[in-house]
Write a protein that binds this ligand. Structure first.
Ligand SMILES: *Cc1c(COP(=O)(O)O)cnc(C)c1O
Length: 413
C-alpha cells in the first residue's frame, strides 16, 4: 500500500527524487520538452487561483469581477501568439492540444458529418475515433474514416485526394504524432475547398518548428484552422492553442470553448508569453539544430544497423524519427527495455507495436549537436543489440549527460 504524504518535507523529497531521476535520463520523448526555469517561474503567480472565463471573441466580456489586469495579460499573450504563428485570431483557453482539437471539431461539424483523421496505426493522435469507440454519446454522432497512409508513415496524397472527392467529408484533420516530413497541405487544402470541407491542421507536435519558421505554417498553406499543444517541440508550459484567419470559424470555436473549459488555468498565460519571447529570440536557431540532430541521429542509428524509417528521403525533416524495432520484441517491449537503462522514447501507444518514436527537442535544448549523436546511437546499440547490463549503461549515461547541464536557447532573467 502507498503511504500517504504526512509533511511538506515528504512532498519535497519525492519531487527532488523525480528531478534527479529525470535529469539523469536521456529524454527522447518527442512530445515533451525541457522548460526553461525562467519561463517556468511564471507559472507560480496569483493567477493560479483566479478565474478568467469569458464569452465573446478573445476575451472581450469577462464573466468574473476582478479581471482588470487578467484581461490585459490574456490580450497581450493572444497578440504574441497571433504574431508568432501569423494568424488573425486565437483562443488560448484549451488546457491542452487534445481539448483544443475536440473544441475545433465540435465547432465545425454537425452530428453524423464525415470526419477524416489520421488513425493510431499511422501515429495519429486519435482525436475522434477513440472517443467514439469509448463514449456512447459520441459513437452516435461521430462518423470517422482514416486518412490513407503509405510507407514511411506518410500520407498517400493521390489516394487521399481521390477519397476526398468521392466521400466529400465535412472535416479533415491533418497532422499526427509521428510527422517526419511536411505534408503538402496546400494541395490537400485545394481539394478540401472543392468539396466544401474544412481543413484542420493538428500541429501539436510541430508547433515549435512552425514558430521557429523551420517547418511550413499550415495556415499559410491554406488550412482553415490550426490547433496545437504548447509544450512539445514548442518549449512552453502545458496548454493548447486554437488559431485561424477566419473570424467566422473562430466565432464558432468561441461559442463551444466555454462549454468544455471554464477554468482555463490562466497562470500558464504569462509563462506562455515568456516562452514566445524566448522563441522569438532563439526559435529559428533552435529549430534548425533540432532538425540537424534528428537527421544525424537517424543516420548514426542506421549505420549501427537499426531499421530507421524513410532512409530514401533522408530519414526526417522534423524533431523526430521513427525506428522499426520489431526484431527487438516490438515497440512496447523495446521502449521499456530502453527505459530500464534511463533512455526515454515512446512506443506507439496502442498502434501495431512496430515502431518507437525518438525525439530530439529536449536533447537539443540540453546543448547536444550533430557530433554527439554517434554517442547517443551507441547507447541504443548497447541496450538493444549488445544487451549490456543496465547498471553499467546507466553509469556511463549519467556521466555522459552531466556534460550537458547548460541548457541552450533559453532566455535568462
Ligand atoms: C499530443 C497530441 C495531442 C494532444 O495534446 P495534449 O496537449 O496532450 O492535450 C493532439 N494531437 C497530436 C497529434 C498530438 O501529438
Amino acid at each position: 500500500m502507498i503511504k500517504i504524504f504526512n509533511s511538506l518535507a515528504e512532498i519535497n523529497q519525492l519531487l527532488k527524487k523525480h528531478d534527479d531521476y529525470r535529469n539523469n535520463c536521456l529524454n527522447l520523448i518527442a512530445s515533451e520538452n525541457y522548460i526553461n526555469p525562467t519561463v517556468r517561474k511564471y507559472l507560480n503567480s496569483d493567477l493560479c487561483g483566479r478565474y478568467g472565463c469569458y464569452e465573446g471573441l478573445e476575451g472581450e466580456d469577462r464573466e468574473y469581477t476582478g479581471n482588470k489586469y487578467i484581461k490585459e495579460i490574456e490580450s497581450k499573450t493572444i497578440e504574441l501568439v497571433k504574431d508568432i504563428f501569423k494568424a488573425d485570431y486565437c483562443d488560448l483557453r484549451a488546457i491542452g492540444g487534445h481539448i483544443a482539437g475536440v473544441a475545433s471539431v465540435l465547432a465545425l461539424t454537425d452530428p453524423e458529418d464525415l470526419i477524416m483523421e489520421v488513425i493510431l496505426e499511422n501515429w495519429g493522435h486519435g482525436l475522434i475515433e477513440p472517443m467514439a469507440a469509448t463514449v456512447r454519446h459520441f459513437d452516435r454522432v461521430f462518423n470517422v474514416e482514416p486518412i490513407p497512409y503509405q510507407k514511411n508513415q506518410t500520407i498517400n496524397t493521390e489516394k487521399f485526394m481521390a477519397e476526398i472527392r468521392l466521400k466529400k467529408p465535412k472535416l479533415i484533420i491533418l497532422g499526427s504524432s509521428g510527422m517526419l516530413f511536411p505534408e503538402g497541405v496546400a494541395e490537400i487544402a485545394a481539394v478540401a475547398e472543392e468539396v466544401g470541407a474544412y481543413l484542420i491542421h493538428d500541429s501539436s507536435h510541430i508547433s515549435g518548428l512552425i514558430a521557429g519558421g523551420v517547418f511550413p505554417n499550415p495556415l499559410e498553406e491554406g488550412a482553415d484552422l490550426m490547433f496545437c499543444s504548447t509544450h512539445k517541440s514548442f518549449p512552453g508550459p502545458q496548454g493548447g492553442i486554437i488559431l485561424s484567419n477566419s473570424k467566422e470559424i473562430m466565432q464558432k470555436v468561441n461559442k463551444v470553448m466555454p462549454t468544455l473549459v471554464t477554468s482555463h488555468h490562466i497562470n500558464r498565460l504569462p509563462a506562455l508569453a515568456a516562452a514566445i519571447l524566448e522563441m522569438k529570440k532563439y526559435g529559428e536557431k533552435y529549430g534548425r539544430q533540432i532538425i540537424k540532430n534528428s537527421k544525424a541521429l537517424a543516420e548514426e542509428l542506421s549505420q549501427k544497423n537499426f531499421n530507421v524509417l524513410a532512409e530514401d528521403r533522408g530519414f526526417t525533416e522534423s524533431h523526430l524519427l521513427l525506428m522499426d524495432v520489431s526484431e527487438f520484441g516490438g515497440s512496447y517491449k523495446a521502449a521499456r527495455k530502453l527505459e530500464s537503462s534511463q533512455i526515454l522514447t515512446s512506443d506507439d501507444f496502442g498502434g501495431p507495436d512496430k515502431e518507437i518514436r525518438i525525439g530530439t527537442a529536449e536533447i537539443t535544448r540540453r546543448g547536444m549537436k550533430e557530433k554527439d549523436m554517434g554517442e547517443i546511437a551507441d547507447f541504443f546499440k548497447r541496450v538493444l543489440i549488445a544487451q549490456e547490463k543496465e547498471e553499467e549503461i546507466i553509469n556511463d549515461l549519467e556521466r555522459y549527460l552531466n556534460q550537458f547541464n547548460d541548457f541552450s536557447y533559453c532566455l535568462k532573467k
